[in-house]
Design a protein around this ligand. Structure first.
Ligand SMILES: [Fe+2]
Length: 268
């Protein structure tokens, strides 16, 4: 069995200090084989926020796979935002991340859906580069042809109906359909600050969409939370671990038979 911790939207600078003080012991009790961080590691992309994040990530044992979020570009430095939006992330956080994670049950690959600037007014929106995605799929297929394959990104490719935030990720629906065709099993994301688990999307692609909540004080009417994901040869199990009344508790549990997920797909 592979034990996976999925964090998102810790937003160092406005992290929930009480939850963060308690989270490490809970995570250690779950004996993770790998820890995922799905972006928005900082609040404003400031150096001191990145250093605090780095120091905390270093305390987590085992491999990490990390991808940046829209808040991980400098909020107040327009020149850095224009010319080197992920410079601080790349220097301070990226060295802590594996390029991808592979074991006998799962292969996990990050893709950056965030941008420093975009030709639209809302720079927080996600973009999926389909060509980059397909290149990464080739690496996964060559590395681990038979196991469960998951992407991690910051933005949901399609926002779930339960999301308190409803936006559109450029290329997201197309990417999800393409990943389903390519026999990828799931996309793990953050950004909406509310956990969700979906095994179907409106366009009937056969791919799981798993969102982690936030461990910051920037809540959207949901408790702070993260996900614990367990994968063996037969089942993917996702458990929401939420922060309430000064302690972490087990929330909703979602399970999916891997054979059922794969059998609904026509592979090309
Ligand atoms: Fe966020």
């Amino acid at each position: 069995m592979t034990s996976i911790i999925q964090f998102a939207d810790i937003h160092f600078g406005v992290e929930d200090k009480a939850a963060m003080a308690a989270v490490k012991d809970v995570v250690e009790s779950l004996k993770p084989d790998v820890t995922l961080i799905c972006g928005d590691i900082t609040q404003n992309g400031k150096k001191d926020e990145f250093y605090a994040a780095r120091d905390w990530i270093r305390t987590l044992s085992g491999p990490k796979v990390i991808t940046p979020g829209n808040h991980d570009t400098p909020m107040f430095g327009i020149f850095q935002r224009l010319f080197d939006p992920f410079g601080r992330y790349n220097r301070i956080i990226a060295p802590l991340s594996e390029p991808h994670y592979t074991d006998k049950n799962v292969c996990i690959m990050p893709i950056n859906t965030s941008r420093g600037v975009q030709a639209k007014t809302d720079w927080s929106l996600g973009v999926v580069d389909i060509e980059a995605l397909e290149d990464k799929v080739k690496i996964m297929q060559a590395t681990a042809p038979l196991t469960v394959k998951l992407f991690i990104a910051h933005h949901p490719f399609i926002y779930p109906p339960s999301s308190p935030l409803q936006k559109t990720t450029e290329g997201g629906a197309q990417a999800l359909a393409r990943l389903s065709e390519l026999n990828i099993d799931g996309v793990l994301t953050g950004h909406v600050h509310a956990p969700f688990m979906l095994d179907r999307q409106p366009d009937e692609t056969e791919i799981l969409s798993i969102g982690a909540g936030t461990l910051s004080v920037r809540r959207r009417d949901r408790a702070a939370s993260f996900n614990h994901i367990e994968i063996d040869a037969e089942t993917i199990k996702v458990t929401e671990i939420f922060w309430d009344n000064g302690q972490f508790s087990t929330g909703e549990i979602f399970t999916k038979k891997i054979a059922e997920l794969k059998s609904r797909r026509s592979i090309i």
